[in-house]
Design a binder for this molecule. Structure first.
Ligand code: ASP
Length: 333
């Protein structure tokens, strides 16, 4: 089978997706593993301020950044993930280290941070004690909030260094938190990221990374760090990953990427599996892939992808054997 990697940047940053796909392609071309390609290309997108992952992450209601990421190895069905983690530069690298150095699959919060710090001592690729919040990011969020909520709440939000639980209680009390989150989500320009890859040896890997949603509650974990939800890989079926859909809905449905892989194992093509799962998600709970996409590679090496808005298509990028540069954006199917 030809090697390939397909990336999902979920909104608008086609340049970033192309760069990351060509990095993934170079790694696969020289014969390295699908896991290496997924890790490196997601890490590159995490470093790009125009994605909602790593450096570009959204700020939550306590004025903090909390990140989720997962990676999965289809050869041995191994996975590693971190949730609600702060202070690391590339959560995807921490997820991979967890997969390789422990027998756990998911670490959250402080534990994940301590693990990252320990790894950082000997592994130069892991960078801990990193704060992705910038004054600019805080200022922009304050402006957006200022336009939709009254001044005293805005003042309370984003206080240094920990924000204030009072703000949260006020927002929940007067029933405004979810409408606020929705308004901010519609204003958010940047998307979260995922990757699916097949290497020269026929191994599949997938991963996902996110900063979640602007103003989510501290401690909230979405779909990205949950195996079968954000990403899934199994050499006998292929791999699938997603970004840009509300994690809560993906989890409620028990994991869309696992479902895609199940259908591919039964013999459906990557595209038909993705189409079928997209239809299922809509029929069950009305889930649409507004800003996001579900992507996959089947065990014949065919790709599948789906999105419902042009913006989401714009940051899908594909790089495969024989291509000189990544194909992006991908055509509507
Ligand atoms: N799925 C992510 C989450 O809910 C968000 C996104 O992909 O945009 O955390």
């Amino acid at each position: 089978l030809d090697w390939k990697i397909i990336l999902n940047g979920s909104t608008g940053n086609v340049v970033g997706a192309v760069k990351a796909a060509s990095l993934g392609g170079r790694i696969l071309e020289k014969g390295s593993s699908a896991l290496d390609a997924v890790e490196a290309s997601i890490a590159m997108m995490e470093d790009d301020p125009k994605f909602d992952a790593g450096t570009g992450c959204d700020i939550n209601v306590f004025g903090l950044i909390m990140m989720d990421a997962s990676i999965m190895d289809g050869k041995e069905l191994r996975t590693g993930a971190v949730g609600a983690v702060r202070g690391v530069k590339n959560p995807i690298r921490v997820a991979r280290k967890l997969m390789e150095h422990t027998n756990h699959v998911l670490l959250v919060g402080e534990g994940a941070e301590e693990f990252a710090k320990t790894m950082a001592k000997t592994e130069p690729s892991v960078i801990a004690s990193y704060d992705a919040r910038t004054e600019d990011k805080k200022r922009k969020l304050r402006e957006k909030l200022g336009a939709i909520i009254d001044e005293d709440l805005v003042k309370d939000l984003l206080l240094e260094p920990e924000g204030t639980p009072m703000t949260l209680f006020k927002l929940i009390e007067n029933g405004r938190l979810s409408s606020l989150q929705q308004k901010l989500a519609s204003l958010s320009q940047f998307g979260t990221v995922s990757a699916s890859a097949l290497d020269k040896d026929g191994n599949f890997a997938a991963g996902a990374s996110t900063g979640g949603w602007t103003l989510s509650l501290p401690g909230r974990i979405g779909d990205s760090p949950l195996a079968g939800c954000g990403a899934y890989a199994d050499n006998s079926s292929g791999c699938s990953s997603t970004a840009g859909i509300r994690g809560e809905e993906n989890v409620r449905l028990g994991g869309l990427t696992r479902r895609v892989c199940d259908l591919m194992e039964k013999g459906l093509s990557a595209q038909r599996a993705v189409d079928s799962v997209t239809a299922y998600a809509f029929d069950k709970i009305g889930l649409t892939l507004k800003k996001g996409s579900l992507i996959s590679i089947d065990n014949n090496g065919e790709i599948g992808y789906n999105f419902q808005q042009k913006a989401a298509a714009q940051s899908l990028a594909l790089m495969e054997e024989g291509m000189e540069k990544p194909l992006a954006p991908l055509k509507t199917r």
